[in-house]
Design a protein around this ligand. Structure first.
Ligand SMILES: Nc1nc2c(ncn2[C@@H]2O[C@H](COP(=O)(O)OP(=O)(O)O)[C@@H](O)[C@H]2O)c(=O)[nH]1
Ligand SMILES: [Mg+2]
Length: 486
């Protein structure tokens, strides 16, 4: 049952992505035709973002909590410098590249390529020299042929972490608004210190909790499996307390927002792992050690997150933008139509004015000259014909342009229908996320196939979103009664 459900993907991310890019390309063509150059640039930017920009997942936490080691374990290679001493001193972005190398982007705009082995001389605080260089670095982009990043179109970001060094804390905080999701790493020996709790309250809880995954690393140092369970339970409880406190301070008691926030407790993803064992297990091919590290369970959950939620997060904004662009193009067509009508009017005015001028000239000549076929009069006759031909030609060109517009409008309406269907699809997928365990369920699921929680409105059967505390269809206040899974 579980395996079957795991393999069920309610949204074909790649297919939807390609469709959205195709739609945006069509919209860009229309923007070019209508000479909406600003819109053309906006659309191209979003196409580039969709085609190339990846999902970014940052690892955050206090310094020396095993963040870099954890990322190395995920990558299955010792890439990022880690040490018993506080190490990372700059933002390191790991991204897919055919050949491994590092691009250093300095704060003054300079760029420099180095070997991965040299990374520790540039982005760490291990020596005064490296620390001095690190302070000038905006970001180190580590290109590495890691299939994990390529397959998931994923950038992994290592941060210096929170410490008593204000500059390093600032660097860590500065990445938060730019990332799509975060992994909060703690150590099993000292889970949820005061700094960590404060960081959660002040910086992470203000983001969407659904996009934060909590990892307790270093479980190999726990005495027994019971101790591991204890530490995970402790962290979960503490997190729940922090969330409740946060909700109490920030929302009216029992308001929708309060309820919605409190419900996020059910979505908490907390994992206990040993990054050291996982890295060693992966590097040496020791399956037992890898299993012991509990890393595969974390990776399976991350995979699910990347396949489903990542896709939704990445597609949602461009979809809304595509709708807005289509509407701007429709407005563009309207104003083009008005322009053409005005051009027609102006053309007629110019023609009539020119005709009147020629007529006055002709009348003058006729009064002065008795010869009706004098060269001057013949010339005026010719000019009149020329003006008429010119007017007719311009009229035809305007009419051709005008005739294109209804066709364009029809095509944009078709595109809009397509984008709306993508948008509905995304909405229906998010609507199937179980509010309790935050896994994505089948289209018509009434009870979460994972945890048994009822996920459709008991009153009218409407599908519910993760945040809903009232049914959006019938307005009924929702009470959930979890049912045991059959
Ligand atoms: N025993 C154990 N030690 C770990 C684990 N992960 C990291 N460490 C150690 O913790 C120290 C700090 O690790 P590092 O990755 O540099 O931490 P960061 O500052 O948060 O990036 C290093 O000495 C690591 O070997 C783990 O899973 N188990
Ligand atoms: Mg580090």
């Amino acid at each position: 049952m579980r395996g079957k459900a795991d393999s069920f993907l309610p949204l074909d991310y790649k297919k939807t992505l390609f469709k959205l890019i195709e739609v945006l390309r069509k919209l860009k063509d229309f923007a070019i035709k209508l000479q909406l150059s600003e819109l053309e640039t906006d659309i191209e930017e979003i196409i580039q973002k969709l085609a190339h920009d990846s999902f970014s997942l940052a690892v955050v936490g206090e310094f020396k909590r095993g963040k870099s080691t954890f990322l190395n374990a995920l990558l299955g290679a010792d890439i990022l410098p880690s040490d018993v001493l506080p190490t990372t001193a700059a933002i390191n972005r790991v991204t897919y590249g055919l050949t491994s190398r590092v691009k250093l982007i300095f704060r003054d705009g300079r760029e420099e390529f180095i070997e991965i082995a040299q990374l520790k001389d540039y982005v760490t605080q291990l020596t005064p020299e490296s620390e001095q260089i690190a302070s000038q670095i905006q970001e180190a982009i580590v290109y590495y042929p890691v299939s994990y990043c390529r397959n998931n179109n994923l950038d992994l970001i290592d941060t210096p972490g929170l410490s008593d060094r204000a500059n390093l804390t600032r660097i860590t905080l500065s990445v938060l608004p730019q990332v799509d999701a975060a992994i909060f790493v703690m150590m099993a020996q000292s889970p949820l210190s005061t700094t960590e709790s404060n960081f959660l309250t002040e910086n992470l809880l203000t983001q969407d909790l659904g996009k934060v995954i909590f990892v307790i690393t270093g479980i190999d140092l726990c005495q027994s499996p019971e101790d591991i369970t204890k530490v995970i339970q402790y962290v979960k409880k503490q997190l729940q307390k922090i969330i409740i406190e946060y909700a109490k301070v920030h929302f009216e008691p029992n308001s929708r927002e309060y309820q919605s926030y409190i419900r996020k407790i059910g979505e908490l993803k907390v994992f206990g792992v040993s990054a050291n064992q996982a890295l060693q297990g992966k590097v040496t091919g020791d399956e037992d050690l890898l299993k012991q590290s509990r890393f595969p369970a974390f990776e399976a959950s991350l995979k699910r997150f990347l396949e489903q939620e990542k896709g939704i997060i990445l597609l949602q904004i461009p979809t809304y933008k595509a709708i807005a662009y289509s509407q701007r193009i429709l407005q563009g067509i309207d104003s083009k139509n008005s322009d053409l009508l005005q051009q027609q009017e102006e053309l007629e005015q110019i023609y009539q004015k020119e005709l009147a001028r020629l007529k006055t000239q002709e009348d003058n000549y006729r009064q002065q000259l008795s010869d009706l076929i004098s060269p001057e009069i013949l010339k005026i006759q010719e000019q009149k014909v020329e003006q008429r031909v010119k007017r007719e030609r311009a009229k035809v060109l305007i009419e051709i342009e005008q005739k294109k517009l209804p066709q364009m409008t029809a095509e944009i309406q078709e595109i809009l229908a397509e984008v709306y269907s993508i948008s509905d699809q995304l909405r229906s997928v998010t609507g199937q996320i179980c509010y309790s365990c935050s896994r994505i369920n089948r289209v018509n699921a009434k009870f979460c196939i994972y945890c048994g929680t009822q996920i459709s409105c008991p009153n009218c059967n409407a599908k519910l979103t993760t945040q809903a505390s009232y049914c959006s269809k019938c307005g009924q206040k929702l009470k959930f009664s979890p049912k045991p899974q059959k």
